[in-house]
Design a binder for this molecule. Structure first.
Ligand code: NAD
Length: 254
């Protein structure tokens, strides 16, 4: 396969994972490094970025992805780009703070756009590249009170498809991964907040509220998402592009 290393791993590949300091991003950095890639770990939390970069033998970059000028300081020589950084804010639409809405679009749509724009010239020059966008079941479905997040994830889906269409002649694939609820700090905070709001124990919040529509009644582990991301970066996935792969315990099928 053109541009691929001799074996099926990722040796010789340079990866960049945004939000790599925690949760799914950290698991992705670990999985890509275990497959042989060198990883740029990007996070606004410097301590977390340094810790994960140390774990995987990669490089830490302390950048706030809401800052377009700071994105320009990141390396552009990247073979594998994982757009993962994200945040959540929960409020009814008519009370949703406009500045929160804007921030979520900046981090979860504009930053992935700027990074793809920045990194594809290197991928095109090498005739090989992988873009994986960590979307969500909320890139395919809506839930109440998550207007900024659902809007951003649907935007990311469009961005990913355009990158797939334009990247195809250059050996570059772009896909979304669409997890359901994954056991990370982002979700643990939501569980705690909902437990308080509903006066329920956390286990009941998980089963009765978060996983209400999910046939599989357990949280997904970050390593399960990372394994799919690693697989999408392999040479055997060259024809899988422009797709959105649900990893949601059957939620979107239900
Ligand atoms: P997390 O909170 O554990 O990690 C997110 C990381 O992104 C953190 O390290 C944080 O510092 C970083 N980050 C946030 N804003 C940033 C900014 N402005 N600049 C730089 N870094 C920033 O969250 P997670 O659950 O691992 O989520 C990762 C991605 O997975 C997000 O895009 C999220 O929407 C998506 N996702 C998560 C779940 C889930 O259930 N946890 C489900 C579906 C999709």
């Amino acid at each position: 396969m053109e541009g691929a290393p001799a074996h099926n791993g990722l040796a010789g590949r340079i990866a960049m994972v945004t939000g790599g300091g925690s949760g799914i991003g950290r698991a992705c950095a670990q999985a890509l490094a275990a497959a042989g890639a060198k990883v740029h770990v990007v996070d606004r939390d410097g301590e977390a970025a340094e810790r994960v970069a140390g774990e995987v033998g990669g490089w830490a970059h302390v950048v706030d992805l809401a800052d377009a000028a700071a994105i320009e300081t990141l390396p552009a020589e990247v073979d594998i780009l994982v757009n993962n950084a994200g945040l959540q804010y929960v409020a009814p639409l008519h009370e949703f703070p406009p500045d929160r809405f804007t921030l979520i679009q900046q981090v979860m749509v504009t930053a992935p756009f700027l990074l793809i724009r920045r990194c594809v010239p290197h991928m095109y020059a090498r005739g090989w590249g992988r873009i994986v966008n960590i979307s969500s079941a909320h890139g395919l479905r809506a839930s109440a009170y998550k207007v900024a997040y659902v809007t951003a994830k649907h935007g990311l889906e469009g961005l990913s498809k355009v990158a797939a269409v334009e990247g195809a002649p250059h050996g570059v694939t772009s896909n979304c991964v669409n997890p359901g609820y994954v056991r990370t700090p982002l979700v643990e905070n939501q569980i705690a907040a909902q437990a308080q709001a509903h006066g329920l124990p956390p286990e009941e919040v998980v089963e009765k509220i978060l996983l209400d529509r999910s046939p599989v009644k357990r949280l997904i582990e970050p390593a399960e998402v990372a394994e799919l991301v690693r697989w999408l970066c392999g040479p055997h996935a060259a024809s899988l592009t422009g797709a959105s792969v649900p990893l949601d315990g059957g939620w979107t099928a239900n």
